[in-house]
Design a protein around this ligand. Structure first.
Ligand SMILES: NC(=O)c1ccc[n+]([C@@H]2O[C@H](COP(=O)([O-])OP(=O)(O)OC[C@H]3O[C@@H](n4cnc5c(N)ncnc54)[C@H](OP(=O)(O)O)[C@@H]3O)[C@@H](O)[C@H]2O)c1
Length: 343
C-alpha cells in the first residue's frame, strides 16, 4: 500500500514510528505492506516512489531544517495539493492542524485525494465537523474510503466499538467526556480545590492545554466529536452549527462543592440522542456513574435498546495512541480492498 503522509508533526511522526515498529507482524498477519512514498508539510515535500526513510527525515527536522531540504528526495515549496495530485499512491493520511473556521487546509487535501481516487485516513476533526455529510457522500461517489478513528477517543476505539460491536443493537443515545483537557481542569478543581484559572495554568504547564485554549475549554473540540459520533453512529446529517455548546469557563469551586454535597460532580458532557439538538455542556453526574473518569481520561456511554449501557474508557489523545488508530484504519482499508468490499 503506497501512502502519502500530509503533516509531519506529533501524529505524523508517530504514524511513521508505528508503521516501522509493527511492519513485520502486520505483513505476516494481514499481508499489509505499507510504503510511505511522499511526505508533505507546510514547507514542501519529500518524494520517493521506492519508499522514504522517516528516521532520516526526523533527523533533518531535529537539526532545525524542513524535511523538504532532504538532498536526495526533497521538493522545497511543493504543496501538499500538488503532491496528492501528482504522486501515485493508494492512501493519503491527513494529519495537519485542526481548523474549525473553514477546515482548511485539510478539506482541500481530502477532496483532492478523493478526486484522484485515493482513500483517506485522517485524525483531523475540522473537515468532519464542518462537512461530514458532504464528505462521506463525496467518498462514496468516488468509490474510496474515508476513515477517521483517531478523531474521537485517540487510540480508544469508540467509533468502531459502537459501529461494529454494537451493530446488532440500536444505539438510542450517546453521552461522553470527550476532551481530556477540560476533564483534567475539572478534576483538578474538584480534587485539589484550585480555581479554574489555576487549573488551566497547570494544564498548560503540563502540555495538556494550548496557549490559546478556547478550542478545548469553550467546548468546540467536544462539539466536533459529537458531530462525528452523531453522523457515524446515529446516521444524523449534522455539522458543528447544529450543536448547542457551553464550555467550562464559568464553573466555580462553589458549584463543584454543591454538586459534591449531593454525591455528584460536574463534567463537560457531549451528548446526542434520537430527539433534540446535540449538546455540549457542563453537567452534574453521580460520582458513581461509570462515565465519571478523572484526569485526562475520556469515556463514552452508549445507551442501547437491548444491551443496556456500555461504557468505554481510555486515553483520548497522544501521538502514539492516535497513530494506533491510523494503523487500525489502514488495516481496515487493506482488508476491505483485499475482499473487494466498499462499505
Ligand atoms: N496530537 C494528538 O494527540 C492528537 C490526537 C487526536 C487528533 N489529533 C489531530 O491530528 C492532527 C495533527 O495533530 P498533531 O498533534 O500532529 O499536529 P502538529 O504537531 O501541529 O502537526 C501538524 C503538521 O501539519 C503540517 N502542516 C501545517 N499546515 C500544512 C499545510 N498547509 N500543508 C501540509 N502540512 C501542513 C505542519 O507542518 P510544520 O511543522 O512545518 O508547521 C506539521 O507537520 C490535528 O488535526 C489534531 O487535532 C491530534
Amino acid at each position: 500500500m503506497r501512502i502519502i503522509l500530509v503533516g509531519f508533526g506529533v501524529v505524523g511522526k508517530s504514524v511513521t514510528t508505528i508503521l516501522a515498529r509493527r511492519y513485520a507482524e502486520k505483513v505476516k498477519d494481514y499481508g499489509f505492506n505499507p510504503k510511505i512514498v511522499a511526505i508533505a508539510d507546510i514547507d514542501g515535500a519529500v518524494i520517493n516512489p521506492r519508499g522514504l526513510s522517516p528516521e532520516k527525515l526526523e533527523a533533518i527536522k531535529q537539526r532545525g531544517f524542513p524535511i523538504s531540504k532532504d538532498p536526495d528526495f526533497g521538493h522545497p515549496g511543493m504543496s501538499a495539493l500538488d503532491v496528492i495530485e501528482s504522486v501515485e499512491a493508494e492512501v493519503v493520511i491527513e494529519v495537519t492542524p485542526v481548523n474549525i473556521k473553514n477546515a482548511e487546509p485539510a478539506l482541500s487535501h481530502i477532496t483532492k485525494a478523493f478526486k484522484t481516487g485515493k482513500h483517506v485516513v485522517t485524525t483531523n476533526k475540522g473537515p468532519l465537523a464542518l462537512a461530514m455529510p458532504a464528505l462521506t457522500e463525496l467518498a462514496d461517489y468516488n468509490k474510496v474510503y474515508l476513515r477517521f478513528s483517531g478523531t474521537v477517543g485517540g487510540g480508544t476505539p469508540m467509533l468502531e466499538f459502537a459501529k461494529r460491536c454494537l451493530a446488532g443493537d440500536k444505539i438510542l443515545a450517546i453521552r461522553g467526556i470527550l476532551n481530556g483537557t477540560t476533564n483534567y481542569i475539572l478534576t483538578e478543581m474538584s480534587q485539589n480545590r484550585v480555581t479554574f484559572q489555576e487549573a488551566l495554568a497547570n494544564a498548560q504547564k503540563l502540555g495538556y492545554a494550548e496557549r490559546e485554549p478556547s478550542m478545548d475549554i469553550d467546548g468546540f473540540d467536544t462539539a466536533c466529536k459529537v458531530v462525528i459520533l452523531a453522523n457515524w453512529i446515529m446516521n444524523k446529517k449534522i455539522t458543528l452549527k447544529d450543536v448547542d455548546r457551553t464550555g467550562i469557563r464559568d464553573i466555580s469551586l462553589q458549584a463543584l462543592d454543591e454538586a459534591s454535597n449531593s454525591g455528584n460532580t460536574i463534567k463537560l458532557i457531549g451528548s446526542v440522542d434520537g430527539g433534540g439538538r446535540p449538546t455540549v455542556k457542563p453537567t452534574e453526574i453521580p460520582k458513581t456513574d461509570p462515565l465519571c473518569v478523572s484526569g485526562v481520561l475520556n469515556a463514552v456511554t452508549f445507551s442501547t435498546e437491548f444491551a443496556g449501557e456500555q461504557t468505554l474508557v481510555g486515553r483520548g489523545a497522544g501521538g502514539m495512541e492516535t497513530a494506533s488508530a491510523v494503523l487500525r484504519d489502514l488495516l481496515y482499508i487493506r482488508q476491505h480492498l483485499a475482499n473487494k468490499l466498499l462499505t
